[in-house]
Design a protein. Structure first.
Length: 153
């Protein structure tokens, strides 16, 4: 049975509708980026480990990532791939629970890491942008859930 984490994008680049903060202005992005830390990952490196406790979310700015779950005998089952414009880690960002899947870089990748503390500072100084970010994350989660439900029909 598919779960919420069986994202419907499969191995394809996310549709424009799945891109994070697609309606944000250049100023919104500038403010957001000031609250993030850039992270670089080499192909094959782990970006997030399943079970890891971390409330940060990541915005993929360059490269390709994959989310996988461990399978039998040391194998992995791919859940989804993520291209520039995607956001990952949103579930733990919202609920503070451990990471639900392993995410690793398929290619060299650059990500912008937004911690929950940095988000709170951003939202305090720019409430409208904070609200926009939260609603956009909700929109992306809703789309992923609808896609997972549609794949079970």
């Amino acid at each position: 049975m598919p779960s919420l984490f069986d994202y419907p994008s499969g191995d394809q680049q996310p549709a424009e509708e799945a891109n994070f903060l697609r309606q944000g202005s250049d100023d919104d992005w500038a403010v957001l980026i000031k609250h993030t830390h850039s992270r670089r990952f080499r192909a094959g490196e782990t970006v997030m480990a399943q079970g890891e406790a971390d409330r940060a979310l990541y915005i993929v700015t360059d490269g390709t990532l994959e989310a996988v779950l461990p399978g039998r005998k040391g194998t992995y089952r791919r859940l989804s791939t993520f291209e520039p414009g995607s956001v990952i880690g949103e579930l733990a960002f919202f609920d503070g629970q451990p990471r639900s899947a392993l995410v690793r870089a398929l290619t060299d990748a650059d990500l912008a890491r937004l911690s929950i503390e940095s988000f709170e500072a951003l939202a305090a100084s720019r409430p409208a942008l904070g609200r926009l970010i939260l609603f956009d994350l909700g929109r992306i989660l809703a789309g992923r859930l609808r896609g997972a439900q549609a794949s079970t029909s």
